[in-house]
Design a protein around this ligand. Structure first.
Ligand SMILES: Cc1cc2nc3c(=O)[nH]c(=O)nc-3n(C[C@H](O)[C@H](O)[C@H](O)COP(=O)(O)OP(=O)(O)OC[C@H]3O[C@@H](n4cnc5c(N)ncnc54)[C@H](O)[C@@H]3O)c2cc1C
Ligand SMILES: NC(=O)c1ccc[n+]([C@@H]2O[C@H](COP(=O)([O-])OP(=O)(O)OC[C@H]3O[C@@H](n4cnc5c(N)ncnc54)[C@H](OP(=O)(O)O)[C@@H]3O)[C@@H](O)[C@H]2O)c1
Length: 284
């Protein structure tokens, strides 16, 4: 477990062992039930949680699954969620928004260790290494909870085996919204599995847009005016060397796609790898 992980294994065991008979009965009644092992709240709009991993679940770092709770009508209420933990982890981690009147997250934000959630074990998605052509440098461009798939990829040794340089940008409105990503990245250097691989390869570039912080501005603006490249001391985007994965709102994805295409990068997919791939962090 990295320092940036949500809890340590001992805590998870303790918390898991507090499952009551009533909870166990509730869990058994749920289809595809998994047990919550840890929850951490970052702001009034953001939290992360870990759940048990079905033995049979195989996924590629960066993919998403459908998770949820039982609705009042007795039917599962499911939403797409990126798996934020890497494919080797024994548990599954998720990084979530809390939408005050959101059908799922108005309830999901109250989960506690020992509770059950529904998890459909059918991972899919395009933010996977298989959808990118080989390259020298990979950019992970995230806004808001769009950091989640990169929390998985950043903890995957494959990322550092495939690329000489890994640059992760995360843009949020406020400083506190960067906490999950910042702690995760800080913990990577201490990680016994990939600490050495990360050294000298990983660059973290957080920015805020509405609260003052050391680096401010939309990442699209910082690409357009070349501040990003000047700050990092790297050349401008080049399809010969650079690859990108993008995860944010529809507007963000649209705007950054235009910039990547203007630089000559082509969008890829599982069926036809390319120079960049995009996934929605949410709809609406
Ligand atoms: C491929 C994919 C992967 C996703 N992965 C994640 C993830 O890892 N973490 C996560 O929190 N959400 C993720 N989402 C969004 C998620 O599916 C739900 O929309 C979210 O959990 C809110 O559910 P809800 O039922 O409470 O509200 P919904 O009815 O689903 O959404 C209500 C409104 O809240 C806003 N909203 C929803 N999700 C977000 C968000 N993540 N960030 C900011 N505003 C939002 C939108 O304006 C939306 O119209 C993903 C969506 C897609 C399509
Ligand atoms: N974050 C909050 O504090 C907050 C509070 C209450 C409600 N909400 C609601 O929650 C929803 C999602 O908010 P969010 O903050 O999680 O996600 P978001 O609106 O997608 O913003 C996340 C970050 O991405 C930037 N961004 C947005 N569109 C972009 C684009 N086209 N190109 C480049 N950068 C872009 C934003 O910059 P800008 O700031 O310049 O837009 C912000 O820094 C919104 O409907 C919002 O009204 C958010």
């Amino acid at each position: 477990m990295t320092e940036g992980g949500v809890i340590d294994a001992a805590t998870a065991m303790t918390e898991q062992s507090t499952v009551t008979q009533a909870t166990a009965t509730k869990i058994a009644a749920l289809p595809d039930a998994q047990v919550v092992t840890a929850v951490r709240h970052y702001t009034d709009r953001l939290f992360s949680f870990r759940v048990t991993r079905p033995r049979s679940l195989r996924f590629r770092s960066g993919e998403f699954v459908m998770i949820g709770l039982m609705g009042d009508n007795g039917k599962p209420l499911l939403r797409a969620y990126s798996i934020a933990s890497p494919s080797w982890d024994e548990e599954l981690e998720f990084y979530s928004i809390k939408v005050p009147d959101g059908p799922l997250t108005s309830r999901l934000q109250h989960i506690q260790p020992g509770d059950a959630i529904i998890l459909r074990p059918k991972p899919v998605g395009t933010l996977v290494h298989d959808a990118l052509l080989p390259g020298k440098r990979v950019y992970f461009f995230a806004t808001g909870t769009g950091f989640a798939p990169f929390a998985s990829l950043l903890r995957d040794p494959d990322t550092y085996e495939r690329f000489e340089e890994v640059i992760v940008t995360h843009t949020c409105r406020e400083v506190a919204e960067l906490t999950y990503g910042r702690e995760l990245v800080a913990g990577l250097a201490e990680d016994p599995l990939i600490g050495e691989m990360v050294a000298g390869k990983l660059r973290y570039y957080p920015t805020t847009t509405r609260e003052t912080s050391p680096r401010m501005g939309r990442i699209t603006t910082l690409i357009e005016n070349a501040t990003l490249f000047a700050d990092l001391g790297v050349p401008p985007l080049d399809p010969a060397t650079d690859r990108a994965m993008v995860c944010g709102s529809l507007g963000f994805n649209r705007d950054i796609k235009l910039l990547l295409e203007a630089a000559g990068l082509r969008e890829g997919a599982n069926s036809e790898p390319g120079e960049f791939v995009i996934e929605k962090a949410f709809v609406g």
